[in-house]
Design a protein around this ligand. Structure first.
Ligand code: NAD
Ligand code: GLY
Length: 366
């Protein structure tokens, strides 16, 4: 079957590893998408109880053309299960089924499944190949690309993990049709993020095409996913292990992580917290002189149009600050923020507490 829309390719090249992200309306239905993947007798699909009934059989049938044996691990759905005990279920399956070093893992799901399957692939027998089949917008534009894999620890999110790149990422726009609206908006936050940090023209494109995106128009989605992946591939290619520039991908995340942790994980979706966090980080950038106030207001209005919250929960100024000091980017207790220096350009820097307090107060967080 040929795709109804051309498949676009973005290549990630870290120096050590090179792989393609294929993007289009029916990428999974196109034979060419699967050509050249590692040959192995056994493939294991790692998925969850929500995604498996939607896409598990179709993907298993597709993989049966490439591998003589295809088995599945179906994990419970939710961030609460992104933990060591659930990861062990993947290892139980791999060992129980006699999987060897050639076995290929296919991560079929959103960021939770992708991060866990990736970490399982990074560590099972010291590393087996894996392929990302992302089914949420957030996973297509962010988590499936760049090789960050992890599970949560009771004392911190994504604290146990590895950098481990997939062999390929197959982004099929058609699977986004079944994504709940709230999850879709959360993914839009990560799409919008790429504008202020790297490409002001892309921000303008999103403003113009937001209604098409919200209507899940496949061509608009493919463009948004492609441009997002191009920017992420460029950043990851320059700094795979996040020793420098990769941190700009966390624009809005310092405020956002405080919101997620302060409310209790799961109360707001990650993308919702990032949306509001970007509103606050844009304001901070404006107060530091890197962003014109009208640019910050423009970003806020786009985030609101995308269906994301723009008013912070009232966690309290001190609590907000202390939660932000736990952020992975903090150094010696000093909070460091991704701030916009100019349209389409960002950097990391500390900000005076007094200024951060003003931002928290201005957005309802006090
Ligand atoms: P998720 O994986 O929990 O998926 C959201 C919900 O949508 C789940 O209930 C899921 O079962 C459901 N779902 C998935 N695809 C669907 C579809 N096509 N139709 C209907 N329902 C579908 O959440 P997410 O937002 O995709 O990912 C969040 C996770 O990603 C977090 O754990 C976060 O830490 C991680 N993350 C990782 C990176 C990275 O670089 N590795 C980057 C950003 C986020
Ligand atoms: N999601 C941020 C990163 O991949 O670095």
């Amino acid at each position: 079957m040929s795709p109804v829309q051309p498949v676009e390719t973005v290549t990630v090249d870290t120096g050590d590893t090179r792989y393609d992200i294929l993007i289009g309306a029916d990428v999974w239905a196109d034979d060419a998408s699967w050509a050249g993947l590692p040959k192995a007798a056994h493939a294991v699909i790692v998925t969850n109880t929500t995604v498996d009934p939607l896409y598990g059989d179709a993907v298993a049938a597709r993989l049966a053309r490439l591998h003589s044996r295809v088995t599945r691990v179906v994990l419970p759905d939710g961030e609460a299960y992104k933990d060591w005990a659930t990861l062990n279920r993947v290892f139980d399956h791999l060992l129980g089924e006699g999987c060897d070093r050639r076995t290929v893992l296919y991560a079929l799901g959103g960021g939770v499944v992708g991060d866990m399957a990736g970490f399982a692939a990074a560590t099972y027998m010291r590393g087996v190949p894996f392929v990302q089949l992302p089914t949420t917008l957030l996973a297509q534009v962010d988590s499936s690309v760049g090789g960050k894999t992890a599970v949560n620890h009771p004392l911190g999110k994504n604290m146990i993990g590895a950098f481990y790149q997939p062999r390929r990422v197959l982004c099929d726009m058609s699977v986004l049709k079944t994504l709940p609206a709230r999850e879709f908006s959360a993914g839009l936050a990560e799409v919008i993020k790429y504008g202020p940090i790297a490409d002001d023209a892309f921000l303008g494109w999103i403003e113009t095409h937001l209604d098409d995106l919200l209507a899940r128009d496949a061509a608009a989605l493919a463009h948004a996913v492609r441009r997002s992946c191009e920017i992420k591939a460029q950043v990851v290619g320059a700094d795979e292990k996040e020793t420098g520039v990769r941190a700009i991908l966390n624009f809005g995340h310092t405020f956002g992580h405080a919101i997620e942790a302060g409310l209790g994980y799961g109360e707001w979706l990650h993308g919702e917290a990032v949306g509001c966090g970007m509103v606050m980080a844009a304001d901070l950038s404006a107060r530091l002189g890197g962003m014109a106030p009208e640019q910050a207001a423009r970003l806020t209005s786009l985030i609101a149009r995308a269906g994301l919250p723009v008013r912070a929960p009232a966690l309290g100024e001190d609590r907000f600050l202390s939660l932000m000091r736990l952020d992975k980017k903090a150094e010696d207790g000093e909070i460091r923020f991704v701030v916009i220096d100019a349209p389409g350009s960002a950097s990391m820097r500390p900000a005076p507490d007094a200024l951060v307090r003003e931002v928290i107060r201005a957005h309802g967080g006090a």
